[in-house]
Design a protein around this ligand. Structure first.
Ligand SMILES: [Zn+2]
Ligand SMILES: [Zn+2]
Length: 383
């Protein structure tokens, strides 16, 4: 799979770049603890093999909040936001192709990978880890001084760089249905794959934010007989039930021994076949390992902040014959799997309700404060 190589050009003429404004409004991240500034940034022509997308919705992901609060480094001035959807406004020459090899057209609604890889280095090709590419660039993680400047979701327009895996969004799928696909959704498609969830499994999910809710739904779709969700936030527990969790529990309110009993009652193998961490709390690793049956799998995806020490009895790994895996981001196929899941499940699951409050670009300061304080649904910016 080489998204960079475009198929022969479509006979349809690309949209005239002249239709684009010369500048686009962006909510610029000026550094932790400082207010966002609304700036008009020059809108450069789309790159060959790239495009320009008019952003129609971008959600505030947990990692955006971490950057805003200074818990992890992010270039400033920059544009945050990587979980987003939009409409193709202009195409480069040649235009980019989607993951099925078909060239994009102006006016099409798209979602795209949160990262751009070179598709040539050993990490891309030999290790099959494009998210760890030697030339990696990530949307929402760039300085506005790095050309072409507009590379984040919290702006009117975003460049789609050549090499970005991109997919068309089906007409029936709304922006709110699809907006979490390219971070939470695709990441959890990779996580559920890494957890090797199989029909009949009992799966524990620690943390029921957007990642956890996607995890509940995808584990169910993979055939899990029981999905048990843990979180501290009542609103999230209620949502997890609607996404298919059989049992939801307030983390910390049930003793470890009682939790093991509850898991064993719902399992055919005496414990959890797989446990998934999306809580971002290091001690969850120790607690989750204790719930696994012999030979069980543990996948951690939420511990993204540096310095997450945890003390555990490592002999549990050996004696339990356990597997522990870390998953960070995803491969292009997981993006396709997540979007396909949305298209097939949007009538059955309240996917659009993962998005709560919506704010315009100039309401971004309040939106971030809300997202940081309110640990329920995602907050969205509608530029
Ligand atoms: Zn994210
Ligand atoms: Zn690479």
């Amino acid at each position: 799979m080489r998204p960079r190589s475009s198929p022969p050009r479509s006979s349809r003429a690309p949209a005239a770049p002249a239709a684009l404004p010369e500048a686009a409004r962006a909510a610029v991240f000026e550094g932790p603890g400082r207010p966002f500034s609304l700036r008009a940034l020059p809108l450069e022509a789309p790159r060959p093999g790239g495009a320009i997308v008019r952003v129609t919705m971008a959600t505030i992901c947990g990692s955006d909040v971490h950057s805003w609060m200074g818990r992890r480094p992010n270039p400033a001035p920059g544009i945050l936001g990587h979980e987003m959807v939009g409409v193709v406004a202009a195409l480069g020459d040649p235009p980019p192709a989607d993951l099925e090899g078909a060239p994009l057209h102006a006016g099409e609604r798209v979602t795209w990978s949160e990262y751009v890889a070179c598709w040539q280095c050993e990490r891309c090709l030999r290790l099959e880890l494009p998210q760890k590419c030697r030339q990696l660039r990530k949307y929402g993680h760039e300085s506005i001084d790095a050309p072409p400047g507009l590379l984040g979701g919290f702006a009117e327009y975003c460049h789609l760089l050549p090499g970005t895996p991109v997919l068309r969004i089906p007409h029936a799928v709304s922006d709110a249905d699809a907006v979490t696909v390219n971070c939470a959704g695709a990441t959890m498609a990779a996580v559920v794959e890494a957890a090797e969830v199989a029909p009949g499994d009992c799966v524990v999910i620690q943390g029921l934010g957007a990642l956890g809710l996607w995890g509940v739904a995808l584990a169910r779709a993979a055939g899990a007989r029981a999905v048990i969700g843990l979180d501290m936030v009542e609103e999230r527990l209620a949502m997890a039930r609607r996404f298919g969790a059989d049992l939801v529990l307030r983390a910390g309110e049930v003793s470890a021994a009682r939790l093991r009993e509850l898991v064993a009652e719902r399992s055919q193998t005496g414990g959890a076949d797989a446990a998934i961490e999306t809580a971002g709390v290091a001690t969850a690793l120790r607690d989750g390992l204790a719930l696994l049956r012999p030979g069980g799998r543990y996948v951690t995806a939420g511990l993204v902040l540096p310095a997450a020490p945890v003390e555990l009895d490592a002999s549990l790994l050996v004696r339990g014959v356990l597997t522990v895996r870390g998953v960070h981001n995803y491969r292009p196929r997981h993006l396709a799997q997540a979007l396909d899941f949305v298209a097939r499940s949007r009538d059955a699951l309240p996917l659009a309700e993962m998005v709560g409050r919506r704010a315009p670009l100039d309401g971004i300061g309040e939106a971030f404060a809300h997202a940081a304080a309110h640990r329920g649904a995602r907050t969205a910016i509608v530029p």
